[in-house]
Ligand binder design. Structure first.
Ligand SMILES: [Fe+2]
Length: 389
């Protein structure tokens, strides 16, 4: 059993976040934000669901009131595809846009980021897979999340589906983080019930993986624990009663978890979730919800020095008993996942058993595996997948 954690890594702190604007009704500030970044012709990326819910209209009105022109691009689907990004790039260039606004869940925001990468660097989006492959700075970017999980609005990641290879590519670079993250929690009011739960489990996975990451620091731990406290207090009520105050807490949890994982990176849950999402076009939060308990069970033996702090953060009095702290964390996790309504087996979301070895193989090449607290080889990943099956 190998433990990646080391004190030297814990003491090296680097923490980057965009300008953050958060508050109910703040979507009407998207126009002034885009204008402040020098925009005249805005490339607005969103999707049909948000258009029907009326939020695209709010953003368009704000842009017009700020005296800005805009081009609307909604050719984006869940698990955004390479060809959607390439088409968006052509639209951006043909209209001579100058600022990109992404409004939506992780799909619309990651598509907006990927279009921005191509605008500045040319080529195909696959050329930028991996760490720090982007050489030229992106055009100004404003991202407005409308789910409670992705964290894309503050993160240094963009995840795009390579449709030929049927896998997700992970692009990681400082310059992928937007200039402004603008969250209006009112947008959660129109989010369908199942997505409240499954995007919240994405935030839950971000917070847990960020906290146990070998690259975690005191700065990321603060945000990871705050996210977990908010999820513990509000996830069940937000899913079942949909009170605006609880939904707002989930929005905050997503923001805190996003700031944590963008700076500490993730682990095995996301390393496995990316190939599964790429192969099956399945919901990202659902995949995470299924994998998270198994991965935490795998990690716990090597993260004992952090269990008490996390248990304390979750409101438990562990009294120095590390195994009791571990049990409390797992109990909390189980109750949050149950409250989310997310599925609990890979089989139930259509994963084929014969694909598990290939999924384990692909996960070894995902950048998220690098910061896992416990090393894992192909056999270890396959055993996690089989237990989650
Ligand atoms: Fe995620």
């Amino acid at each position: 059993m190998e433990d990646h954690n080391s004190n030297s890594m814990m003491h090296n702190c680097k923490f980057e976040v965009p300008e953050i604007i958060f508050g109910r009704g703040m979507l009407n500030q998207v126009g002034p934000c885009a204008r402040r970044l020098g925009g005249r012709k805005i490339f607005l990326v969103s999707d049909k669901g948000l258009f029907d819910a009326g939020w695209v209209d709010v953003a368009m009105r704000s842009l017009l009131e700020a005296g800005l022109e805009f081009i609307y691009y909604d050719n984006v689907t869940p698990n955004p595809k390479d060809h959607e990004v390439h088409d968006g790039f052509k639209e951006y260039i043909s209209h001579g846009a100058d600022v990109i606004v992404g409004l939506g869940g992780g799909s619309a925001m990651d598509a907006a980021k990927a279009i921005a990468i191509l605008v500045a660097n040319g080529g195909r989006i696959q050329d930028f897979e991996g760490h720090d492959k982007i050489t030229r700075p992106l055009p100004p970017l404003v991202l407005c999340p409308t789910t409670c999980g992705t964290g894309s609005d503050v993160s240094q990641f963009a995840i795009i589906n390579d449709t030929q290879r049927r896998c997700k590519i992970t692009i990681m670079s400082r310059c992928v983080a937007p200039d402004i993250s603008l969250t209006d929690p009112d947008t959660l009011a129109t989010l369908p019930d199942e997505f409240v739960g499954t995007t919240a489990t994405d935030a839950l996975s971000h917070a847990m993986e960020a906290f146990f990451s070998v690259a975690s620091t005191t700065l990321t731990d603060v945000h990871a624990i705050k996210a977990l406290r908010l999820l513990t207090s509000s996830l069940s009520a937000a899913v079942h009663q949909r009170r605006p105050s609880d939904l707002e807490n989930l929005s905050r949890a997503s923001l805190h978890a996003g700031m944590a994982f963008s700076n500490s990176l993730l682990g095995i849950v996301h390393a496995l979730a990316h190939p599964i999402g790429g192969l099956y076009d399945a919901n990202h939060g659902s995949i995470n919800a299924i994998l998270l308990p198994e991965v935490i069970r795998y990690d716990i033996p090597v993260v004992t020095d952090k269990l008490q702090e996390l248990a304390w953060g979750l409101g438990h009095r562990a009294n120095g008993d590390i195994s009791a702290a571990g049990e409390k964390i797992q109990e909390t996790l189980d109750s949050l996942l149950e409250a989310s309504g997310a599925p609990s087996s890979l089989r139930s979301i259509g994963v084929q058993r014969q694909d598990l070895p290939e999924l384990a193989r692909r996960a070894l090449n995902d950048i998220c595996i690098v910061t896992s607290p416990r090393e894992a080889d192909e056999g270890d990943l396959l055993r996690i997948l089989e237990r989650a099956y």
